[in-house]
Design a protein around this ligand. Sequence first.
Ligand SMILES: Cc1cc2nc3c(=O)[nH]c(=O)nc-3n(C[C@H](O)[C@H](O)[C@H](O)COP(=O)(O)OP(=O)(O)OC[C@H]3O[C@@H](n4cnc5c(N)ncnc54)[C@H](O)[C@@H]3O)c2cc1C
Length: 447
Amino acid sequence: MKVAVLGAGISGLAAAWRLDNLGHDVTVLESSSTTGGMIKTDQQGKYLLEAGPHAIMPNYKALLNALPDLGLMDSYIEAGANGRNRFICLDGRPEPIPMGPISFLRTPLLSFGAKLRVLKEPFIAPLQADESVAAFFTRRMGPEVVTRLIDPFISGVYAGDPDRLSIASAFPIFKGFEREGGSIIKGALKRMRTARKHADPGQPKERRRRNMYSFKRGLQEIPQALARRLGDRIRLHTAVEELKAIGDNWSVNGESFDAVISTIPTHTWAGINGHLYPHSGLEYASVTTVHLAYPKSAVKARTDGFGMLIPAVEQRRILGILFDSSLFPNRAPEDQQLFTIFMGGLRNTWTVAKPVAELLQIAHREVADLMKVEGIDAPLFSHGHRWTHAIPQYDFNHPAAEQRLNKFENAHKNFVFAGNYRKGISVGHCFESGLEAAQRLIANTDS
Ligand SMILES: Cc1cc2nc3c(=O)[nH]c(=O)nc-3n(C[C@H](O)[C@H](O)[C@H](O)COP(=O)(O)OP(=O)(O)OC[C@H]3O[C@@H](n4cnc5c(N)ncnc54)[C@H](O)[C@@H]3O)c2cc1C
């Protein structure tokens, strides 16, 4: 089968790799000069910068299991113990997120009353209907949990607004816990018990808990490894400009294909001639990633962690800070601390109109204050990257968009959608989305 895969981000590369392995004739069309899409590692002198994703969570088994086949195990690096420490900004300082019952009882992030309210969660009646992420957690755990914990978490994942994201679309796992167990806590425990019961006794148990991971030369190593396998089946600098149905086939930029897997972002669809794409109606958050480096000796706040998320109530101009050089080696000179700062998102659209140079200044002022940078007026290194359409929002429009895509796919058995707007935004989700799209296409066209 001759298949066009549109877009060479992680979703498109995964789909093309699977089809290629199964002997199909694949062509990947990518508008930019490189593969990887939002996975964008940039080596600038001694600094290894990630403009997009920084690390991958180990719970995406398809990607983890593909790493040996992609020849990436020699380069694989897991975050050390620091990776498990996460901070939330409280009154302008990093405060560890409680990870166990004792630290939960002791944390100053929540008042005594808010902690009692969380303990009532198993006794709150479940609700069938979808609701916003903020409404769901307020109902189940109380408003302070939302202001102090959920709000910064949403900024960190979606750069979004907890009042606008749908719990069923953005975090189906929590809605699932409530549905299956009557509460988040009971549902999570129930699922753990079921997983234990159904664990294959013949399978050796993973001896240690994996941490999030990256690679010696950054996350770019994944798309680079996939691109090496696909070779000249990837056409760079080739924007899809026209897409048409011709009988049972598809014409992409005038070339005929038996089937198409489209992984290009939904906000680009309207610009493609042929008027073929359905309306997605999805909104994207814009994000600017800023990198700043300081002498380690000048940074007086705690940096032994993954990073710090900042709740809106703190009234800061940044969403969060990652402590790059505390997480993986060789991100900056040994005696320097490299930070990545996220700015923008749905609630800070003012950043879109500001030149990146100005955002670097604002980020520096915020980091100097929050991370207690002393004795130095300017960072040793600074760099910024703006993503105008960074993250699709799984809001109340998402279910209708998904229905339109399903309807389109049902009407066109040789056209499949994949990408970060479908089943989740993480790199692991996107990789799975690409593999699944390839399987679905094969199943559809075989039947
Ligand atoms: C700042 C930031 C931080 C993130 N952090 C993390 C993280 O730490 N961990 C994590 O797991 N995830 C993270 N994510 C999310 C994750 O990186 C993305 O959701 C994922 O990489 C998207 O992959 P994709 O292939 O679906 O889309 P994309 O990467 O957007 O790929 C789509 C491709 O299509 C191409 N394209 C567009 N239009 C056309 C056209 N007309 N013709 C041909 N090609 C076209 C684009 O150039 C692009 O290469 C982050 C995202 C951002 C923006």
